[in-house]
Design a protein around this ligand. Structure first.
Ligand SMILES: *[C@@H]1O[C@H](CO)[C@@H](O)[C@H](O)[C@H]1NC(C)=O
Ligand SMILES: *[C@@H]1O[C@H](CO)[C@@H](O)[C@H](O)[C@H]1NC(C)=O
Ligand SMILES: *[C@@H]1O[C@H](CO)[C@@H](O)[C@H](O)[C@H]1NC(C)=O
Ligand SMILES: *[C@@H]1O[C@H](CO)[C@@H](O)[C@H](O)[C@H]1NC(C)=O
Ligand SMILES: *[C@@H]1O[C@H](CO)[C@@H](O)[C@H](O)[C@H]1NC(C)=O
Length: 406
């Protein structure tokens, strides 16, 4: 199992399984469980992972990441996935045989060997993720990586066409070589080829640890289960420093980048400026900046004590959770359009044609027919022209031949 920022909810599940008497082993690069207060009891097999050097500060990956060069980010990750496939597969295989694994929990990210091995050994596998990236998107959900909005509900026809037809076609084209290369690695360890970019996951159980309302609602397959938020039963206590800060700053913004992201100084300055602006506008009254790898002190705090007073007086924007009103008889009524907002998919508001993308698909099909029709017509013309040319030449040639014989 690999995955660094993806680890916590899996370890929580592991603790529960261990409580019930199962033997659990974490296989991951990085020394995680031994150094953790909460997960010390989970045995871990640590392996060297030179291929994840791509996540270091001076790496190609980081440069591409900060240049916003998504194509490059993907190509670096894909290269690493190809290069690490065989060694990961062999490590997982050796351990699986040593400890006689009955069930694989595999993090979804760049982890084809885990799913392939479970498939090869005929063992069940469960896919684990902290987001929905591993699910195929319905057309009304897209990806900002491709300059598309996440929620396409109110987008123009042009954008909906681009994000539902052009982008996936371009993407499919660009991943061909990648999947071919992965399949070449699979062949080296005797695993059959597989053409799904997500790996051998379409028929297995998928768990995602998330908060309802974080993602755009979508119609879902029963194979996918939202299990979030998975939170530990107990947390380590706050330091006195943080404790008093939070007590005096009820609207604190918490900022963290996860385990593997570095940000350049200019971005740090820009972020700080926007935090100060938020404090100035009285939207928040404090910031906790939690860093693992940024070159600033571990955690520093900002506050504007004069705006703190106004926010206590001005608590006018409470979280909206339960939208109810009383009718004239004093009976409580809710707005059904809104009550389960976090579960209502946007297509239900987009109307039948836009919601089902019938307009986009109809134009795509017409374009395809027009293009292939035009192409077919041109081909037929060329064939006919060549045939006539050929025939006349052949006639002349036969005439010449006749002349010569005569
Ligand atoms: C767990 O491991 C121990 C020691 O290897 C073994 O005796 C026990 O049967 C295992 N338990 C299960 C449920 O597999
Ligand atoms: C992992 O961390 C623990 C606790 O700090 C330490 O005892 C152990 O030697 C480390 N293991 C490796 C392989 O670095
Ligand atoms: C960082 O990664 C690059 C490859 O992407 C590697 O050449 C370099 O040695 C790594 N540096 C460190 C400090 O690990
Ligand atoms: C789209 O517009 C509707 C109506 O104005 C609004 O209720 C909805 O929140 C909008 N959706 C998005 C994603 O902006
Ligand atoms: C703190 O708040 C005061 C008054 O609202 C404002 O003038 C000042 O610029 C703020 N300081 C910072 C650091 O935002």
């Amino acid at each position: 199992m690999i995955g660094t920022t993806h680890l916590r909810h899996m370890l929580e599940i592991c603790l529960i399984l261990m409580d019930r008497g199962y033997n659990v082993t974490l296989i991951a690069p990085g020394n995680y469980t031994a150094q953790s207060v909460s997960y010390r009891s989970i045995p871990q097999i640590i392996f060297e992972n030179k291929h994840l050097g791509l996540l270091n500060k001076s790496s190609e990956f980081n440069k591409a990441y900060f240049d916003d060069d998504h194509g490059k980010v993907y190509s670096v990750c894909r290269k690493a996935a190809v290069q690490s496939y065989v060694s990961f597969y062999n490590i997982y295989k050796q351990i699986a045989e040593e400890i006689n694994v009955d069930l694989f929990f595999c993090d979804y990210l760049m982890n084809y060997p885990c799913f392939d091995l479970a498939w090869k050994l005929g063992k069940p596998a469960v896919e684990s993720s902290s987001d929905h990236n591993f699910l195929p998107n319905p057309p009304y959900i897209s990806d900002p990586i491709y300059d598309c909005h996440v929620n396409m509900e109110n987008e123009s026809f042009y954008n909906r066409f681009k994000c539902a037809i052009i982008v996936p076609l371009k993407d499919a084209w660009s991943v061909r070589d990648y999947i071919k290369n992965i399949n070449a690695q699979r062949a080296l360890v005797g695993v059959d080829p597989h053409w799904d970019i997500r790996g051998r996951v379409s028929t297995i159980l998928k768990l995602s640890n998330n908060f309802f309302g974080f993602d755009i609602p979508r119609a879902d397959t029963p194979l996918h289960q939202e299990i979030g938020p998975v939170l530990p039963d107990i947390f380590p206590g706050l330091t006195p420093d943080l404790d008093s800060f939070l007590a005096t700053h009820p609207r604190t913004l918490y900022f963290a980048l996860g385990t593997n992201v570095f940000i350049p100084p200019q971005s740090v300055i820009n972020l700080l400026k926007s935090f100060l602006e938020l404090i100035k506008q009285d939207i928040i009254d404090g910031v906790i900046w939690s860093t693992l790898r940024t070159d600033v002190s571990e955690s520093f705090q900002l506050a504007n004590s004069s705006s703190q007073i106004s926010n206590i007086l001005n608590n006018e924007y409470p979280h909206i959770h339960y939208e109810g009103i009383e009718d004239e008889n004093g009976r409580f009524k809710i707005n059904n359009e809104n009550l389960l907002r976090d579960w209502i998919t946007p297509d239900s508001r987009m109307g039948f044609i836009r919601g089902n993308y019938l307009d986009v698909y109809a134009v795509a099909i017409l374009l395809f027919l027009a293009l292939s029709g035009g192409f077919g017509y041109a081909l037929w013309k060329i064939a006919r022209y060549s045939y006539i040319k050929f025939r006349s030449r052949y006639k002349n040639y036969s005439k010449d031949l006749k002349h010569k014989r005569e």
